[in-house]
Ligand binder design. Structure first.
Ligand code: RIB
Ligand code: CA
Length: 314
């Protein structure tokens, strides 16, 4: 029995690996991909998503263009860490694979999400690996959509690990108001995969070489994308020679739940303080009075993730 899912992305290099995994793993059925402004503008996240699906021969999977900016703020609240520090960029504007032959659907991402979730007979899985602007807008149109989602898996947030600021992780920081709406919407099962987990599942240069040797389109692209990420992370921290591939931890955990180790805790998002805007406030206190709303991953298995990539892309 395959698991039906919709993927919301801001394609980038790690989103691209997550898309290929969801499109190629035999236990997953990728119904559609919605794109959002994030790593790069939505024109580019859409173009990159189309490039990926064409490259792996899955052009029949529809792509729906979404929001070009955060809900409430005027553009992302500031430059990215690597833009500000002038360090190597783990993404680039266009993925290093041929331009797309396909086009995005005429229907927009939010319309697709609302129509699809309203029409489902069996609840489906929603995986969001970029800023949550599309998801929050769909909920604004129909708050009852949460009933059609058996599990929402989000790549985002950070407790002991952050990236875009000292307080926040990029996806949540990219649209804090949208994230606050999503975390308080009452999804039956919300799984959050923050940087604390993704940074424990680094992919090494040795594994990149093995992926490149698979001789398949997905293996070749995956090696190229993760190789670029390793260059960027090594430029930021000489000697690293490995990189997190955040988004694929979400899609891979759908087929092997043991990939991540989670705690069921309360999570809220800061939307007011200039110093901590976009922070995911994770309450790990044993006797917190607050209701838990998310299963948060604090660990991930690097060896298992590597094995899953080699297996799926081979
Ligand atoms: O902070 C990591 C997240 O931000 C990943 O989803 C990456 O693709 C970027 O969107
Ligand atoms: Ca992403």
């Amino acid at each position: 029995m395959t698991r039906k899912l919709v993927l919301d992305v801001d394609t980038g290099t790690d989103d691209a690996v997550a898309i290929m995994f969801a499109a190629l793993h035999p236990e997953l059925e990728l119904l559609g991909v919605t794109t959002v402004n994030g790593n790069v503008p939505v024109t580019n996240t859409t173009d990159n998503t189309l490039r990926v699906l064409d490259w792996i021969g899955r052009s029949e999977i529809p792509v729906y263009r979404g929001l070009s900016r955060p809900l409430a703020r005027n553009g992302s609240p500031g430059p990215r860490h690597y833009e500000r520090d002038g360090k190597a960029d783990p993404h680039g504007l266009a993925l290093d694979i041929p331009e797309p032959r396909s086009s995005a659907a005429d229907t927009g991402a939010v319309e697709f999400l609302v129509e699809t979730l309203r029409a489902v007979t069996d609840p489906l899985t929603l995986v969001a690996v970029g800023p949550l602007s599309n998801i929050a807008t769909a909920l604004a149109i129909d708050p009852g959509l949460t009933e059609s989602v058996e599990e929402l898996v989000i790549m985002g947030g950070g407790h002991a690990v952050t990236n875009v600021t000292a307080s926040a992780e990029f996806n949540i920081w990219g649209d804090p108001e949208a994230a606050a709406v999503v975390f308080s919407a009452g999804f039956g099962r919300l799984t959050l995969v923050p940087l604390d987990a993704t940074h424990r599942a680094l992919i090494t240069r040795e594994s990149v070489n093995a992926l490149g040797s698979l001789g398949t389109p997905a293996g070749t692209a995956c090696a190229r994308f993760i190789g670029k990420r390793i260059e960027a992370y090594t430029a930021m921290l000489p000697g690293t020679d490995a990189a997190p591939v955040h988004d694929v931890v979400c899609t891979a955990s759908l087929v092997r739940p043991e990939l991540i180790t989670t705690e069921h805790i309360p999570v809220q998002v800061e939307t007011a303080s200039p110093l901590t805007i976009g922070r995911t406030v994770m309450d790990r206190r044993p006797h917190t009075p607050d209701e838990p709303n998310a299963h948060v991953a604090f660990d991930a298995d690097a060896a298992l993730l590597t094995e899953l990539l080699l297996e799926t892309f081979g």
